[in-house]
Design a binder for this molecule. Structure first.
Ligand code: PGA
Length: 270
């Protein structure tokens, strides 16, 4: 796991967007896994800016979102399809047919989830999956106790998630109780994962994710088993990490390596 702690939430967003943009430029027909919630908003705003001002081209990009509330259609202003349209898709040149969000109104859940997995496979798998994290340590809606091998399926939201998300709905009663979500196993199959978190309310979940044991009680901790994960944090979200100085040291070494300053790393001095 590569842990990068930035000075501010804005810097986390800018760096995250830069990372995604460089993949899109390198591989214009890439498959991106996308997330909703407060965390990715700044990333999407920056991607929109890059599309407008720097010709970032999404015309051949395919996307798969992590999850959707059961019962909410695309025009409901709290559905994740609506979120994606208003915060990203409507502002860039992506082909609507290449954007995928689970259908909250699907009645045959099992068939729909199977089909969603199949579509990901048919697209060649997800190249880069963007993730947020819940205060209960979930990724997507994989609540504590979710199998670490789980696939896209129906999931009951945890009380903590309902409380956290009530801010978007006005009250806890209005938050749907069920969601369709990619499984932990589905997420682990993405070739690269970028998890971002901002704010001190995420600090405990981040500590468990990065430095705790791998456990279904904190589904984000399963990312420790993935070979290519970047965790982008602001100072507040990274505030409980014990090995922060080491992560910063790794980043300094990476920067020196990338810029070819080998002598500063003691290489070639003998
Ligand atoms: P947030 O949600 O980005 O709105 O904090 C993240 C999550 O619950 O996965």
């Amino acid at each position: 796991m590569r842990v990068i702690v930035e000075k501010s939430a804005d810097e986390v967003s800018r760096r995250g967007a830069k990372f995604i943009a460089s993949l899109v430029r390198r591989k214009p027909d890439c498959v991106l896994g996308l997330a909703t919630g407060g965390s990715p908003l700044g990333v999407y705003a920056e991607l929109i800016r890059m599309h407008r001002e720097e010709d970032l081209d999404f015309s051949r990009v395919t996307t798969f979102n992590l999850d959707e509330y059961v019962g909410l259609g695309p025009t409901h202003n709290q559905s994740y399809r609506y979120f994606m349209q208003s915060n990203l898709f409507d502002h860039i040149n992506i082909e609507p047919k290449r954007t995928h969000v689970p259908d909250g109104r699907a009645l045959d859940f099992e068939a729909h989830c199977r089909q969603y997995e199949q579509r990901i496979a048919d697209a060649g798998g997800i190249e880069l999956q963007l993730l947020g994290i819940g205060t209960d340590g979930h990724i997507a809606f994989n609540e504590p106790g979710s199998s670490l091998g789980s696939r896209t399926r129906l999931k009951t939201l945890a009380g903590e998630t309902i409380r956290d998300n009530a801010r978007f709905f006005g009250s806890e009663e209005q938050v749907p109780r069920l969601a369709i979500t990619m499984g932990v196993g589905t997420i682990l199959e993405s070739r690269q994962c970028l998890l971002i978190a901002m704010g001190d309310h995420k600090a405990a979940a981040i500590r468990s994710t990065v430095e705790g044991p791998v456990t279904a009680q904190v589904t984000a901790s399963a990312l420790q088993l993935h070979r290519d994960v970047i965790i982008g944090l602001d100072e507040a979200a990274g505030g409980w990490l014990e090995r922060r100085e080491y992560y910063a040291e790794v980043e300094r070494a990476n920067e020196l390596l990338e810029s070819g300053q080998l002598r500063a790393l003691g290489i070639g001095n003998q």
